[in-house]
Design a protein around this ligand. Structure first.
Ligand code: GCO
Length: 477
């Protein structure tokens, strides 16, 4: 076993070995042969965040209520009744946080705009103090030599619009156009890299099908209405940005994606695999590529017909400059007729004896290669950026440091698979770690820590974790 292999094994077993975590962490951050320069000089490196998860200032300076403010204030919706009223207080700490990104050699910063911070009621009256905040974030990033990557919508719809039906109301096409146009006009002179959505599958399914996320709606009607209107807003958002931004703007959108495998590759699970792949990976990308909805492999899509108006098919496609893929784990499915729509259940990675993270998600680095390869087969995709990848493990502060060898090992192992994909000719040209800082993990609250920078909401003090130190060093090589 080579020295490096031994380190790897020791890191994965980290918790179980006799080695003090500090020494173990040191070993992991030792040179593992991976360098940023291996990916080419034009490869984009960054860290990703989202407005609701890091900002706080939930009602500061004229900001309107979002569906997540409303949802998290309802009893029983969020673990330990936590809210993101303060979160990581990025609203007040943006300057020192961006200075920390510079100290960590981070070249790009992905953040999202809180729709209700700049349009408190979703449409109409603009909140100039909200616009001013994002201008400060953008200007501070540029001053520190950091490229701002702006996500227009990362799930925090204004509550005022939800009261009119939110994503189930087709009027959202006009509301979204007004919002995206305001973003383009306000920030387009300095922000070159844009994303229309963060993970339409997540916010429509979790928010309108199962109800575990804001606004807590459920059922086929709500989901398919929201899904179709989100698909239409891919086109609306893309065209609005293209119309209002300088020609050099880089316009994309992002999707949550996971390699889907049939349990034991049994033929009886193959149809289930196709249905799950259609729902989790194809439902939103294919209409934007002009391929329409994947009806053949997901018969439940017949419920979406009633929301499609004449002419919609021609308005769904948009020629994005890049597609952001956000991958964390593999999905292994087996046929289970009682589950609606997909007739499938996930095979638990823990039950299979596979390593898992604090979220119970499987650590399976090959999965990011597999999903990159799958998406590389869409001829309409011009460029792929991994706009999110990262992991949550329980972190603790020991003598002012956070030794998190498992997170470093996770990032290194996934990066190796991204590099493998690149070497195989797959057009992947960027990677953003989720996340810059520990933040509010939606209905799970603050316990899952995804940051490469530690934050304790009690004192809002930042500590660069060992994984953040490794990443900073990696980016210099
Ligand atoms: C998502 C979101 C992030 C999450 C991250 C970890 O993909 O769900 O973009 O907001 O916090 O992915 O779950």
């Amino acid at each position: 076993m080579t020295r490096e292999e031994w380190f790897r094994m020791a890191a994965i077993l980290g918790a179980g070995t006799m080695l003090p975590k500090g020494l173990l962490a040191e070993m992991i951050t030792a040179d593992n042969g991976l360098k940023a320069s291996d990916f080419g000089k034009d490869f984009i490196w960054g860290t990703a965040t989202a407005a609701y998860q890091i900002e706080g200032g939930w009602n500061a300076d004229g900001k309107g209520e979002s569906i997540w403010d409303h949802f998290s204030h309802r009893p029983g919706k969020i673990a330990r009744h936590e809210t993101a009223d303060v979160a990581a207080d990025f609203y007040h700490k943006y300057e020192s946080d961006i200075a920390l990104m510079k100290q960590m050699n981070i070249p790009a910063f992905r953040f999202s705009v809180g729709w209700s911070r700049i349009l408190p009621n979703g449409i109409g009256q603009v909140n100039q103090k909200g616009i001013d905040f994002y201008n400060r974030v953008i200007d501070t990033s540029l001053k520190n030599g950091i490229d701002p990557w702006l996500t227009c919508y990362h799930w925090d719809l204004p509550q005022a619009l939800q009261q009119k039906g939110g994503w189930t109301n087709r009027d959202i096409l006009g509301w979204f156009e007004e919002y995206v146009a305001l973003c383009a006009k306000s920030f387009g002179d300095r922000v070159k890299n844009w994303m229309v959505f963060n993970e339409p599958m997540a916010f429509t399914a979790l928010g309108y099908l199962v109800g575990s996320n804001a606004p807590g709606k459920f059922g086929y009607h709500n989901f398919f209405a929201a899904a179709h209107h989100a698909t239409m807003c891919h086109g609306v958002g893309g065209r609005t940005l293209r119309r209002l931004l300088p020609a050099a703007a880089n316009i994309g959108t992002t999707f949550s994606v996971s390699h889907v495998e049939a349990f034991k590759n049994l033929s009886k699970n193959e149809e289930t695999r196709r249905r799950c792949d259609a729902l989790f990976n194809r439902l939103f990308i294919e209409p934007t590529l002009g391929l329409g909805y994947p009806y053949r492999d997901l018969p439940a899509l017949k419920h979406i017909y009633k929301f499609i108006l004449p002419g919609d098919e021609a308005l769904m496609p948009f020629d994005f400059d890049f597609i952001g893929l956000q991958n964390y784990f593999r999905v292994i499915v087996k046929n289970f007729p009682l589950i609606p729509m997909v007739h499938a259940i996930n095979e638990s990675p823990k039950k299979l004896g596979h390593p898992v993270t604090a979220m119970g998600w499987e650590v399976y680095p090959e999965g990011i290669y597999d999903i990159l390869k799958q998406f590389s087969q869409y001829k309409g995709i011009k460029n792929i950026i991994v706009t999110e990848n990262g992991t949550a493990f329980p972190d603790k502060v020991e003598n002012g440091a956070v030794h998190d060898p498992q997170r470093t090992e996770y990032i290194q192992s996934y990066l190796k698979q991204v590099l493998r994909a690149k070497h195989d000719g797959i057009n992947v040209n960027g990677y953003f770690v989720w996340s810059f800082i520990d933040n509010f993990e939606w209905d799970s609250g603050y316990r899952p820590r995804f940051g490469i920078v530690y934050n304790d909401v009690a004192d809002e003090k930042r500590i660069i974790k060992d994984s953040g130190k490794w990443f900073a060093d990696f980016l210099k090589k």
